[in-house]
Design a protein around this ligand. Structure first.
Ligand SMILES: [Fe+2]
Length: 241
């Protein structure tokens, strides 16, 4: 086992990469509740080598008020009110649940992850994928977007053949770092290690909702040399965002 994590989440761990999945935009979903808590987390991430953060609030029917215009206005307000206290580069993305609201969000335009404006972070429910997922993502790809599937390891319904089918469709995969620590249960942990070993991921994100236990969880991660090599590649990919 590789022991890079033995001493915990070391300063510089993220090596200048972008954290491309976070719920740091305060007060809009189940993530950070206040600007103060968000600023504390941004300072923490920056201390550990994160140079850029994508705020990716939930767009889903449970947060139907999160339209493009509403989130953009909240983001501008947060940045405007806290500009001098923000220690890194901040930009807006989104985590789009593939549900009945998805076509509406598509219609008004996605917040993407990359400078080329193509990568869209998408998620499904943990228990079951939306039956029209394939068709919905097909339409999205016809418009030049490329789906990035958030934390595929967390989908309980997904077997190896599902992941292979998604890969064949050119969907990219984003690992949740804390899945490797078991933060989402044993099955997600096993899948995360397996998929990391097999080189199936394209990006890594924190999916940060709160700071509690983050350091402790990361410290508990143990990786093989092969897994560590793949994780390094993901961090390199994150630097391109
Ligand atoms: Fe998320």
């Amino acid at each position: 086992m590789f022991d890079i994590f033995k001493s915990g989440l070391t300063p510089g761990f993220f090596q200048g990469a972008c954290d491309m999945h976070s719920h740091l935009l305060p007060g809009v979903d189940d993530g950070f509740p206040t600007a103060e808590k968000t600023l504390e987390a941004l300072r923490f991430l920056n201390h550990h080598g994160v140079k850029a953060v994508k705020m990716t609030p939930h767009f889903m029917k449970d947060y139907a008020e999160n339209t493009r215009a509403h989130i953009e206005q909240r983001f501008k307000a947060f940045v405007g009110e806290n500009a001098s206290a923000i220690p890194l580069s901040l930009s807006l993305g989104g985590e789009y649940m593939i549900d009945s609201c998805f076509p509406e969000r598509f219609e008004e335009g996605f917040f993407t992850l990359d400078k080329e404006n193509t990568l869209v972070l998408c998620e499904t429910s943990y228990m079951m994928a939306e039956p029209r997922m394939k068709d919905m993502l097909y339409d999205v790809m016809l418009k030049g977007y490329q789906p990035v599937i958030a934390h595929p390891e967390r989908y309980q319904y997904a077997s190896k053949s599902v992941y292979q089918r998604w890969k064949q469709k050119d969907y990219l995969f984003q690992l949740n770092l804390l899945s490797l620590a078991g933060a989402y249960g044993g099955l997600a942990k096993t899948k995360a290690h397996q998929m990391l070993k097999e080189g199936m991921y394209d990006f890594v994100g924190s999916d940060l909702h709160r700071l509690t236990n983050l350091e402790k969880m990361v410290s508990s991660i143990r990786l093989s040399k092969k897994e560590m090599d793949h994780l390094q590649k993901l961090l390199e990919n994150n630097k391109t965002l």
